[in-house]
Design a protein around this ligand. Structure first.
Ligand code: UTP
Length: 292
């Protein structure tokens, strides 16, 4: 029997974005543009490519602009039409009525708590999670990270997380897996630990911002105490599910940019600008000139 399809995605976007202050004092981190699309747009496009229909945003104070981005800007569209401007630039922001849902996390108590805030909308279905500040870019002609995960889920069911390898000295900033058997891009997950000291890290494979989880995780989160950094951690709740349900990691065949950090954000901007047919050649010439 094939597993229940993934129709819902949760986007936790209630964090404070302190690493990007003062830019994020008023503008949510998820609305910072990489070239001409806000970060949240890349994540929603990736979800749609994977066949996901419902987008559930876990927002907080000052974050309503994220939901409005997927609404119709009536005056803007009317004025653009009157001036004969091309409205198709707004196509990525169109959403099926009823399929954009916002729930509130009143206090940012941690990623695990943010996900738990979506429990009533997720209900009794498996669901995807996207951390939009991790920008996952498909290889040319390839598929996005969540599509690769949904394809693996179709064979394996259970829970899946995307992972990537980093130099061992960097692992203490991330969730890290204890790997079991590896076959191609798939690794069995035997354990998970959030922000371990380097000496205690079970591997250099870090969890990288995309998840497919079974709804039982909500019940684990309900009783989940604070973990690393004093926050309610999703990693700790997932760790408790290992052994009770299948748990696998998928190594994404593509590029990942950590847009939660300033250097990662600049890297993503350069990489995407260089790959764009409408501007790549100009940006390359400018970059080479600056490097002289
Ligand atoms: P981050 O660790 O990147 O935190 O959260 P942040 O607040 O966005 O940014 P910094 O570290 O202060 O610069 C990872 C993801 O989890 C969400 C964030 O919005 C981000 O998408 N998050 C985190 C919540 O929604 N609620 C929380 O309580 C914590």
């Amino acid at each position: 029997m094939s597993p229940k399809p993934i129709r819902k995605a949760v986007f936790p976007v209630a964090g404070l974005g302190t690493r990007f202050l003062p830019a994020t004092k008023v503008v949510p981190k998820e609305l910072l543009p990489v070239v001409d699309r806000p970060l949240i747009q890349y994540a929603v496009d990736e979800a749609r490519e994977a066949g996901i229909e419902q987008m559930i945003f876990v927002t907080g104070r000052g974050k309503t602009g994220i939901v409005e981005h997927f609404d119709i800007a009536f005056e803007l569209e009317q004025t653009m039409s009157e001036r004969g401007k091309d409205l198709s630039v707004l196509d990525p922001t169109r959403a099926t009525p009823g399929d954009v849902i916002a729930v509130r996390q009143q206090v940012p108590l941690g990623l695990g708590h943010a996900i738990w805030c979506a429990r009533a909308i997720v209900g009794d279905e498996p669901f995807a999670i996207f951390l939009p500040d991790e920008l996952m870019v498909a290889k040319q002609g390839g598929t996005g990270c969540m599509k690769q995960m949904v394809d693996a889920y179709g064979q394996l069911g259970g829970n899946l997380i995307s992972v990537l390898e980093v130099p061992l000295e960097q692992v203490s900033s991330y969730g890290v897996i204890a790997p079991g058997e590896t076959r191609g891009a798939l690794t069995e997950v035997k354990g998970l630990v959030e922000k371990p000291p380097v000496a205690e890290a079970p591997s250099n494979k870090i969890v990288s911002g995309r998840y497919i989880l079974q709804p039982e995780v909500m019940r684990v989160l309900e009783n989940q105490g604070k973990g690393a950094g004093g926050e309610i951690q999703l990693t700790d709740a997932m760790a408790k599910m290992i052994g009770t349900q299948p748990f696998h990691a998928v190594t994404f065949d593509g590029n990942r940019y950590d847009c939660g950090s300033k250097v990662g954000f600049v890297e993503a901007t350069l990489a995407i600008a260089l790959s764009r047919p409408d501007m790549g050649a100009d940006v390359r010439a400018i970059a080479l000139d600056l490097l002289k």
